[in-house]
Write a protein that binds this ligand. Structure first.
Ligand SMILES: [Zn+2]
Length: 84
């Protein structure tokens, strides 16, 4: 299965086959493994989170700041999709 990564510069990316996190980190040192659980939220949902000031992280953790990360260092969907 292809590896999903997140970096501040590039956002959420799926690595091509054979590309390791280490290799990606050579270009984007802050990159982390993106532990994505579930489907990407709809834009209506993302908009609602923005309005409410409460969002969900890409690993499913809820109740985080729209521009924040959860306790597992996973970014909110809004950050991962570079919407904030
Ligand atoms: Zn989490």
């Amino acid at each position: 299965m292809a590896l999903q990564v997140y970096s501040e510069a590039r956002g959420l990316k799926t690595l091509r086959d054979g590309v390791t996190l280490e290799r990606y980190q050579a270009s984007y040192p802050d990159a982390i493994i993106a532990n994505v659980k579930g489907k990407q939220p709809t834009y209506a949902t993302l908009e609602r989170w923005m309005m409410d000031g409460v969002a969900r992280a890409i690993d499913g953790c809820s109740g985080i700041e729209p521009d924040g990360t959860c306790s597992h260092d996973q970014p909110s969907w809004l950050v991962a999709l570079s919407l904030i």
